[in-house]
Design a protein around this ligand. Sequence first.
Ligand SMILES: Cc1cc2nc3c(=O)[nH]c(=O)nc-3n(C[C@H](O)[C@H](O)[C@H](O)COP(=O)(O)OP(=O)(O)OC[C@H]3O[C@@H](n4cnc5c(N)ncnc54)[C@H](O)[C@@H]3O)c2cc1C
Length: 405
Amino acid sequence: MQTFDVIIVGGGMVGASLALALSQSGIPTALVDQQTLQASCLSENDPWQPRVSALTEASIKLFKYLNAWEGMIAQRVCPYSHMVVWDGEGTGEIKFDADSLPQKSLGYIVENDVIRHGLLQQLAESGVQCFGEQSHLDYKLSGQGGEVVLSSGEVLSAPLLVAADGANSRLRQMSGIPSDQKDYSHHALVTTVETELSHHNTARQVFLDTGPLAFLPLQDQGERHYCSIVWSLLPAEADRIECLNDEAFCSELQRAFEGRAGTILKADRRLRFPLRQRHARQYHRQGVVLVGDAAHTIHPLAGQGVNLGLMDVAVLTEELTRAVKRGDDFSAAHILDRYQRRRRVHNLSVMAAMTGFQNLFGANNLGIRWVRNTGLKLANQLPLIKEMIVQQAAGISGDIPDFMR
Ligand SMILES: Cc1cc2nc3c(=O)[nH]c(=O)nc-3n(C[C@H](O)[C@H](O)[C@H](O)COP(=O)(O)OP(=O)(O)OC[C@H]3O[C@@H](n4cnc5c(N)ncnc54)[C@H](O)[C@@H]3O)c2cc1C
């Protein structure tokens, strides 16, 4: 049996970040995943990966602190310095730009594989012991952490187990932590498209009757322009659009986006995700603690999911590190309570905002439509309000550790 202070189950963007952060604090950590944990970075000429994330300034600061950002830039990332959101059923529109910000960008669009491989590259040079390609894992929970049995039968043990194994977390279920769930009644179609017109480093989103449609900018390849799209649709509409041939799909997409990207020249394969809000009622129990999608999932309309998970990482790292420095038992309930208190309120408030947005833009009521059109136009003329929204969306103004600020 090998003994560690912390075992993290799940080496996605959140679990891999936590493993790096804990290793920087000198906490003996193991990382386990059913997928490979070997980095194989993307190069400029590789095909686009369909899953991307809009990263906030706070998340980028975390990656810089983990020395992983350089490795991501060396693959490919796309900064966006403008953002436009408009009401597809009216004339309301709001624009943001980064001119007033010191970093000159509102955030970056990065393929999830680029993020993960940038982190795995750093992990290979850290003290974290990685156990990838574990097709069959077993857990023996002891009431204070427990054991993870690998496919080979080898046993790892720790007083603190972290569930970073995603939305359907098996470790969360095994630890008996209940999760509240709500169907958003939307399915997201995700793909990469080549567009006639340049995106000018602008993230764009239109709110349609059927749900929001986002065009997220990707790095130009020579004179060719690309965007990643997230098209949230009612399930029946998603059925119809998913089955269209490429030509019909591109023309329907072009129409839905009001031709703002010019002709949609080409679309890659489409992926589909039913969207659910999930929120664990507790973030820890008997030495098992939840981070990222294992604790919460939200509608992708504001691109906050992984950014919230990375805030979990930063706050949990801060609490565990403080406890270790004090010589306290870092896996004790009162330490994990502090993490839960700091993160649960914030995650809940972002979830409530997403539900509010969805209700506001999903409403057919004429009065509500008038309010949202007028509200968007009005807010667009108030620089202070816009600055507050940008600060909030950048994630640098909340209860987070200094290294993320
Ligand atoms: C359409 C869409 C668009 C999105 N866009 C954005 C965006 O723009 N910005 C943003 O911030 N967020 C976005 N999100 C949310 C974001 O993708 C998630 O929040 C993020 O992927 C969660 O990361 P994670 O590491 O917690 O979980 P995951 O990415 O699910 O990783 C879980 C890891 O655990 C491993 N695992 C799972 N089960 C087991 C097991 N039993 N044993 C061992 N290992 C296991 C998996 O192999 C994986 O490596 C979007 C989500 C969707 C659906």
